[in-house]
Write a protein that binds this ligand. Structure first.
Ligand SMILES: NC(=O)c1ccc[n+]([C@@H]2O[C@H](COP(=O)([O-])OP(=O)(O)OC[C@H]3O[C@@H](n4cnc5c(N)ncnc54)[C@H](OP(=O)(O)O)[C@@H]3O)[C@@H](O)[C@H]2O)c1
Length: 175
């Protein structure tokens, strides 16, 4: 059984980006450290093409065979120059098919790394087992939401940890 865990950092009012800015520059150093350490526990991860575009330099710098990165895009051919089998792959397969393929390849733990469109799609389709959510003490009032549409998911709190004086990490299991 492969575990599927969504990992995100958001403001207190539920935004994963600040206003019109792309990226997660608002995340605290404590969250960035947590995120990097947490990722080492995963043998694969999935994210959307926008997140790839925004974090491309960082992603390409850290490519490693220990963790397969799957990027969802409706135009995989656009990214063929970046394709590295077993390290960085681009696909337009439905999320269920992507996860089934990862399971078949023997993967044990998959991180869903955003952005908003990806979290929304994976939660809507009931494909997520856990959510690891860092809450930064910020209020933005505008930006991209963790979940971009109507949803009614119910979760169970597993752990609450202070990553720093004002930054909380909450881990939930999805019912
Ligand atoms: N705070 C956090 O934890 C966090 C985490 C991750 C990202 N972010 C931020 O969130 C922003 C990106 O979020 P986003 O919602 O705009 O984009 P996203 O979820 O990263 O990617 C959206 C893209 O995914 C592709 N896509 C969507 N549905 C698909 C489907 N069914 N099949 C195949 N491909 C599909 C499309 O790419 P094509 O247009 O190529 O078809 C779409 O444009 C960035 O600013 C990023 O920095 C924040």
């Amino acid at each position: 059984m492969m575990q599927v865990i969504a990992i995100a950092v958001m403001s207190l009012d539920g935004y994963i980006t600040r206003h019109n800015e792309e990226g997660v520059a608002f995340a605290s150093l404590a969250d960035q450290r947590f995120f990097r350490a947490a990722l080492t526990e995963f043998d694969c991860c999935v994210f959307g093409a926008n997140t790839f575009e925004i974090s491309q330099t960082e992603i390409l710098r850290h490519l490693a065979p220990e963790r397969l990165r799957i990027v969802l895009t409706r135009s995989p051919e656009k990214y063929s120059a970046f394709h590295h089998l077993d390290a960085l792959e681009f696909t337009d397969a439905p999320p269920e098919v992507v996860l089934a393929d990862l399971r078949q390849r023997g993967k044990q733990r998959c991180a869903i790394l955003g952005g908003s469109e990806m979290y929304t799609m994976f939660f809507e389709r009931h494909l997520v087992d856990e959510l690891w959510l860092t809450i930064e003490p910020r209020l933005f009032g505008a930006g991209k939401r963790l979940i971009g549409g109507r949803l009614d998911a119910s979760l169970r709190l597993m752990t609450h940890v202070l990553l720093a004086e004002n930054t909380l990490l909450l881990t939930y299991a999805v019912n």
